[in-house]
Design a protein around this ligand. Structure first.
Ligand SMILES: Nc1ncnc2c1ncn2[C@@H]1O[C@H](COP(=O)(O)OP(=O)(O)O)[C@@H](O)[C@H]1O
Ligand SMILES: [Mg+2]
Length: 317
């Protein structure tokens, strides 16, 4: 388990991480989502034991990271934004070297390195010097390095940044495969990544934890969530009035109005679903509904609502 309590990091006068607290259980893929400069990297570095906090506490599997970073790091695989690699070494030599650093010797060391090469699908490049690898293989070598001691906690800072869509997909699949028995914390500013692989998302903005949610629940916070667009064959004025009388409807807007067909937008009062009531209203009057669409909510709308500040620095939502 990861336990973070009232974590603060100040660089001079700037507060990069501002009173962040949370807990994460095994089996979780947690995504830190936030714009550049939000404090994601700083938070991850403190959990990894590479940056001492200004104040607050971090515990990984019961070990106090601040007091005993070396013991904590045995539980942790950390992939920084720019992983240092030994470019002139081959993939195989590099991973054997790291296995040795992590305390494996002889046949054990080779077995460990081979297992990781397998797991990270690096067999085809194992004899290649790291400097000759494509970006995707290079990233997988970085990931392999974090896995060599089979840590319970993986901290991955922007693991798919700069990769093409296919390479991204491979790395995401690897993360998903490893997720069951570990805690994985990754940072990203890519919303689709959160939707694709995270079971929990925290939106961080200006060093603060703004939201802690499941990705699916987050969409419900989108401004237009459950707004209903209905296309109905009905007289314009009557349709406007009938749908406006639904108790959960806050507002009806006419999007287009013909002599037969009306396209209306029904805005719910409190994000309730309106579809069933709207169909009841139409069928009671024998109006033909030709199209019905409920807004599923969009993560990027939520992200913008939460992280964009206006010109005078106020939150827009
Ligand atoms: N070593 C440092 N010295 C001074 N300021 C830093 C340092 N590291 C990060 N910062 C500042 O802290 C804030 C958060 O940065 P960071 O954690 O890298 O954000 P993110 O990873 O979300 O983009 C930024 O304003 C950044 O400039
Ligand atoms: Mg960062």
């Amino acid at each position: 388990m990861i336990k973070v309590e009232h974590l603060v990091k100040k660089f001079g006068l700037r507060t990069a991480v501002n009173d962040v607290s949370f807990r994460v259980e095994k089996g979780t893929v947690l995504g830190f989502l936030g714009p550049n400069g939000a404090g994601k990297t700083t938070t991850i570095r403190m959990i990894a034991g590479y940056l001492p906090p200004t104040s607050g506490a971090v515990e990984v599997n019961g070990i106090d990271v601040v007091a005993d970073p070396v013991a904590a790091q045995k539980q942790i695989g950390y992939m920084p934004e720019n992983t240092p690699l030994y470019d002139e070494m081959t993939v195989e030599a590099f991973l054997n070297f790291l296995a040795e650093i992590r305390g494996f010797a002889g046949a054990d060391r080779r077995r460990q390195a081979d297992a990781i090469i397998d797991k990270c699908m690096l067999s085809s490049v194992r004899h290649q010097p790291i400097e000759t690898l494509s970006k995707g293989y290079r990233r997988r070598t970085c990931l392999a390095q974090t896995l060599i001691h089979d840590p319970a906690v993986l901290l991955l800072d922007e693991p798919t940044e700069g990769l093409d869509p296919n390479q991204k997909q491979v790395v995401r699949e690897m993360i998903e495969r490893m997720a069951q028995n570990k805690i994985i914390v990754l940072s990203t500013h890519v919303l689709e990544e959160v939707e694709a692989i995270c079971s929990r998302v925290m939106i961080i903005s200006e060093g603060r934890l703004q939201v802690d949610s499941r990705p699916g629940d987050l969409k419900k916070r989108a401004g237009g969530y459950n707004t209903l667009t209905i296309e109905v064959v009905a007289p314009a004025a009557e349709a406007l009035q009938a749908f406006a009388e639904i108790p959960d409807v806050a507002e009806v807007v006419s999007l287009s109005s013909g002599s037969e067909k009306q396209v209306l937008r029904l805005v719910p009062k409190d994000r309730q679903s309106l579809a069933v009531r709207a169909i009841e209203v139409a069928s009671a009057r024998r109006w033909l509904v030709t199209e019905l669409r409920s807004d599923p909510g969009r993560l990027d709308d939520v992200f913008r609502q939460i992280t964009i500040t206006d010109d005078v620095g106020r939150k827009t939502a």
